[in-house]
Each structure stands twice: as structure tokens, then as C-alpha cells.
Design a protein around this ligand. Sequence first.
Ligand code: ADP
Length: 249
Amino acid sequence: MENGGAPRALILFGSPGSGKGTQAKLLQICLGAPQARNGGAASANATSGASPDGSGSAPHISTGDMLREHIQAGDALGQEVAAVMRAGMLVSDDLVNRLVEDRIQRPDSAQGFILDGYPRTLPQARVLGDMLRRRGVSPVVVHLKVDYNEIISRLSGRRQCPLCKTLYNLGTNPPKVDEICDVDGTGLVTRPDDSEAVIRQRLEEYEFQTRPLLDFFRSSGYPFHEVNGSGRSKQTIANEICSLVAGNP
Ligand code: ADP
């Protein structure tokens, strides 16, 4: 996400089910290194997802995906967070801060990156602010707004490919073949925290811990955009975000 100036961090902000993960994947080329974007100008055709070899596309840094990978691997970190995530609560700030700090130190993050699901608390936002300042990375925030009832129906119909992490929704964005990933043919899974009781808990965490960050972002003077995340195709939404971010060098 180097746009001729400082590298940028796109902070995709919104409630669970607002489409952050889907948008992050579609925006990787748009926010990647300029040479990967057909001559450099951000445009509608610059939002077609990651390039096949990953080069020139901004890394999609999803703290939820990273934590789930640790749970899948059965390592110590995974064992530490599994019960908390299953209950729909937030894991500790220190732990996710360390995960993100390690991830953005990798060379592929040097041109910029997309944050999905982080920061989620005020302490995380402050730590992220320091990390970005130290590295000379400029933040830009996009708030994906989706109506509460739609969020509930999206989350309860959600499926994910355990291999490539592509997200589907049985109602609004189904795979071509029932329960099979379009990209790699793997059987789709339902996340254990997508049951109704846990969805409500996650939305509560969002209201109390995460939504207050909107004021933090505004008062920090970060470039900030509100985007309507419902009633339009995911590609249309990605194109809008791409143009908005292109306007914030
Ligand atoms: P969603 O946005 O749909 O809730 P995520 O995959 O982003 O899904 O997060 C799933 C779970 O992972 C959260 O409910 C929480 O337990 C944990 N998690 C992810 N990111 C963070 C974070 N930044 N801080 C604390 N917990 C997190």
C-alpha cells in the first residue's frame, strides 16, 4: 500500500459480520505496490483480490484467522485462546498486540498492509498507533456499516474454507457447489463461534469494547471513511473503498 508516499495501513473497522474479511481479500491488489495495479492508478479493476503469487498485494492481516491457525496447530498459544474465542470474548490485548507486531515486521508488510479485526480495544488502538508511528506507516480507517438484523442473518449462514479462508454465506453469497470452496474444492466449515448465543456475545463485545474506537480514530485525526456495507455487491463495495483510499495518499 505504498502510494508514492508513506506506506499505509488500511484499518477495516466494523462489527462481526460486516464484511471486513471479504473486503480485505478483494482489496489486496488495490492497496498493494503500485506496479501490481496495472500501471499504478487505483481503479475498479484493481480490486480483484490477491495476485496469484501474492507479490505486489498488501498482506491481509486478520487477527481472528491468525488465532484460529494457532488453535488448529494445537500449540500453546492456541490452547490459551481456544476457550475464550469459543465463548465469543476478546483475547488479551498483549497477546494480539504481539501477534500483529510480529506480522508487520515481515518484509511483505513493508509497503503497507490491511488490518481486519484489529485494533478492537482502546489499548490495542494506542499500541497500534505507536507501532505505525515508529515505522512511518500512515493509517486510513474504513468503517463498514451494516444493519444489526442483517449482521445476525449473515453470521448464522456463514461458512469458511479452512484452507484458503474464503468466506461464503448460504443466503447471500453461496459457493457454486453446496458446502464446497469455489477456489480449491475443500469442504467448507462453520466457525464454532457462529452459533446464535455466541454471535450475541460477540456483538456485545463489539458494542462495549470496540465501537468506542470510532471516537478514538476521529480524535486522532486518522483519515476516516464510512462505507455502506449492505444492499450492494461485495465488488461494488470494494471499488468504493479502493477509490476512497486512493484519495488519501
Ligand atoms: P468477527 O469479526 O466475525 O468476530 P474475527 O475472526 O475477527 O471474527 O474474530 C474472532 C474471535 O477472535 C473474536 O471473537 C475474539 O475472540 C478473537 N479476536 C480476534 N481479533 C481480536 C482482537 N484484536 N482482540 C481480541 N480478540 C480478538
